[in-house]
Design a protein around this ligand. Structure first.
Ligand SMILES: Cc1cc2nc3c(=O)[nH]c(=O)nc-3n(C[C@H](O)[C@H](O)[C@H](O)COP(=O)(O)O)c2cc1C
Ligand code: SF4
Length: 467
């Protein structure tokens, strides 16, 4: 009997994967619902006896969309899949815990040393060195310590957290248990955005399976569903929300690693950061540090979205240029019109233009442009992009999502939005540009967190004013 891997992830399902699975079963295939490979433009992509087909619309016309052996598809073969190595290759619940149990015999000191050697930096946005947080949580005496997984995934164009949680939830469970063991935390909570019901269902199933496998005898693992606020992705708002309060940013210090959830030492990490840990331990921290460039080590799960031919997730070593990602991997704009701009790193990220495209995707090089990599999302626009509209969107987004705790962001974003509206209505005066410039300076310098602090980045880059 032929064996068909049919992705069960939100995008593929929306494009007809569930219906294809039913039809294949009716035709006598052994159907396995797997994770997705992340190649959005090929979904739903089926793998039948090792041969890939996609995008499949009609089972009777498979040969028209034949892609050859799955491992020979260039968009898969040329990736460096460390986090996503298992994703798409079988039933996510089919898990052998032997490797993990073996690793859990290693000493916390040894594991933290590997994380330090790897140079791993947080994949949630700030790019902070992971080992410093691990060491701090480990070294801070407390009655209880926590691992909190940030799966709020609010950045525009991003879906890496969802894809791994739907396709390989045990990769995250491995990361959480290893982090708990290394830091001394015995409870882990995943804060998942409410818009990800399938990820919630699959992850809950994986927790139950982990319990059956005896992996959770000394560790409590829970799933918490957020209520849908961008600011709850900011780690201290997230902690407030987990404590049952309104998602409002806390002043720092103390940092969460010292006093986080219920004021106990808490390791807050993005999903992909924790999912990078098993790969690091498999190959060694030193080997991981060889991948990438300079202080941007390892692989990044870049996500291409917007006006792009081949949107999807590409796990690649840091260091390729934005042009390579957008043109070679992404195939250029979907509209066929000339490239216009790319917003890198979410709604608070910079708009970059043709002249920036040869910049390497590293934390250091993007920072030199006043940009950042964020969670690895790139949203592409063609030359019809309206720069004024995007500047307006940045202020409007901040005004809508601001937690309201500090004045520069709460008031500044609203005034900024109004001023851009006046500009767009034709009241283009030097005065208005001066007001926007000043608002941006104040928001950048005086906001309590990066929500208000980074909103000037898309505004300035879209309007071409600036720093
Ligand atoms: C406004 C705002 C929104 C954020 N949203 C997210 C998010 O959705 N997911 C995430 O992992 N980090 C987000 N962050 C970053 C977190 O505050 C924090 O740096 C991160 O969870 C730490 O994990 P990491 O070290 O693994 O990156 C956000 C930060 C800000 C300022
Ligand atoms: S910058 Fe905005 S989101 Fe951050 S604390 Fe101030 S009001 Fe809240």
């Amino acid at each position: 009997m032929s064996r068909a891997l049919v992705p069960s992830e939100t995008l593929a399902n929306a494009l007809g994967a569930n219906e294809l699975a039913r039809e294949l079963e009716a035709r006598g295939y052994e159907v396995v619902r797997s994770g997705g490979f992340g190649l959005a433009w090929l979904e739903p992509m089926l793998v039948i006896d090792g041969q890939a087909y996609g995008p499949v619309r009609d089972l009777d016309a498979l040969e028209e969309v034949a892609l050859g052996p799955v491992d020979e598809i260039p968009a898969i073969a040329r990736q460096r899949r460390i986090v996503f190595d298992r994703c798409g290759r079988g039933d996510p619940m089919d898990y052998d815990p032997a490797w993990l149990l073996d690793q859990l015999q290693r000493s916390p000191r040894e594991i933290i040393a590997e994380i330090r050697a790897s140079g791993l930096r947080g994949r949630g946005g700030a790019g902070f060195p992971a080992h410093i947080k691990w060491q701090t949580v480990h070294d801070t005496p407390a009655p209880r310590k926590y691992i909190v997984v940030n799966a709020d995934e609010g950045d525009s164009g991003t879906f890496a957290d969802r894809l791994i949680m739907e396709g390989d939830p045990f990769r995250l469970i491995e990361g959480m248990l290893l982090a708990g063991h290394a830091t001394g935390a015995d409870k882990g909570i995943v804060y998942l955005r409410s818009e990800y019901p399938l990820a919630a269902q699959i992850f809950a199933q994986a927790i139950a399976k982990a319990r059956e496998l005896g992996l959770l005898e000394n560790f409590v693992m829970e799933l918490f569903i957020g209520a849908g606020a961008y600011i709850c992705g900011e780690e201290t708002s997230l902690l407030e929300s987990l404590e049952g309060k309104r998602g409002e940013v806390r002043t720092k210090p103390p940092v969460p690693a010292v006093a986080g959830l219920f004021r106990q030492p808490t390791l807050v990490h993005n999903v992909i950061s924790l999912c990078s840990v098993p790969g690091i331990l498999k190959m060694s921290g030193a080997a991981y540090a060889e991948i990438g460039v300079g202080l941007s080590t390892g692989s990044m799960t870049f996500q291409l979205a917007g006006n792009i031919q081949r949107g999807g997730l590409y796990e690649l070593p840091f260091g390729l240029s934005i042009r390579e990602l957008v043109e070679d991997w992404g195939g250029g704009t979907r509209s066929g019109r000339p490239f216009g701009a790319v917003q890198v790193g979410g709604p608070l990220g910079a708009y970059l233009f043709e002249e920036d495209l040869d910049t390497p995707l590293t934390y250091e090089a993007t920072a030199q442009l006043g940009a950042g990599i964020g969670h690895g999302g790139l949203v592409v626009f063609d030359d019809t992009m309206d720069r004024m509209q995007q500047a307006h969107f940045a202020f409007a987004f901040c005004a809508h999502e601001s937690c309201g705790k500090c004045t520069p962001c709460r008031i500044g974003a609203v005034r900024g939005k109004e001023t851009v509206e006046a500009l767009a209505a034709g009241e283009y005066t030097e005065d208005k540009i001066a007001v926007i410039t000043e608002l941006c300076d104040v928001m950048e310098e005086a906001s309590l967190c990066q929500m208000g602090g980074m909103t000037p980045i898309p505004v300035r880059s879209a309007l071409g004013i600036g720093k």
